[in-house]
Design a protein around this ligand. Structure first.
Ligand code: URA
Length: 220
């Protein structure tokens, strides 16, 4: 089964809605799911997202020789990748990336809402020095308003990362978040597992799964 490409947003893809994915998502949405199970099943979905993300990276022809001394015309990834997690919830996705890409470099960005202006404010960023030459997997499990992601993407663009080298992966996206990001950065690829209906007055995704970071790190 292929990813679903959203008609209105050509760079936004939803994971194939298989029975497996639906079952995994149901477990992590269930408020009665205990933390160890939440972590286990969220990690499985993260793995599916990262694996799918790799499909969006360009490849170039690569010739190897098999143990039978026969040449084989295959492909290899064209460029190198790195991850950038949006703290704190995005850090939960780092392990999934490491499992798939050995020795991957991972940067971090901390963006929080300013209490007075209510706008996202950048508090911290640490990126790989050669990030401009890499494809970037941007990690945040919940795409709500898109405010933190937009602030983080600006940091990446300031570091000379090209928009079309950013793959943003998340487990649940809101329609508003997708709209806000793609309006400002139309070339970024977004890969999400499910798209929910809306957000509540506190900007939680509805029906959602609550606070991802709290449930994953056990701080609820
Ligand atoms: N972040 C979360 O953890 N949950 C939401 O519903 C929205 C943002």
């Amino acid at each position: 089964m292929n990813c679903r490409q959203l008609t209105d947003y050509p760079n936004v893809y939803q994971l194939p809605q298989t029975n497996q994915l639906k079952a995994l998502m149901t477990i992590i949405r269930d408020r009665d799911t205990k933390r160890n199970e939440f972590v286990f099943y969220a990690d499985r979905i993260i793995r599916l997202l990262v694996e799918e993300g790799l499909n969006y990276l360009p490849v170039v022809p690569k010739k190897v020789t098999t143990p039978l001394d026969i040449p084989f015309n295959g492909v290899g990834f064209e460029g190198r990748i790195c991850g950038v997690s949006i703290m704190r919830a995005g850090e939960s996705m780092e392990q999934g990336l490491r499992h798939v890409c050995t020795g991957v470099r991972i940067g971090k960005v901390l963006v929080q809402r300013d209490e007075t202006t209510h706008l996202p404010k950048l508090y911290y960023s640490k990126l790989p020095a050669d990030i401009a030459n890499r494809y970037v997997f941007l990690l945040d499990p919940m795409l709500a308003t898109g405010g933190s992601a937009i602030a983080t993407i600006r940091v990446l663009l300031d570091a000379n990362v090209a928009q079309d080298r950013i793959v943003f992966i998340n487990l649940i996206a809101s329609p508003e978040g997708i709209h806000n990001i793609t309006r400002e950065f139309p070339k970024i690829v977004i890969i999400t597992a499910e798209i929910d209906q809306t957000m509540d007055e506190n900007k939680y995704i509805v029906p959602g799964l609550g606070d991802f970071g709290d449930r994953y790190f056990g701080t609820d």
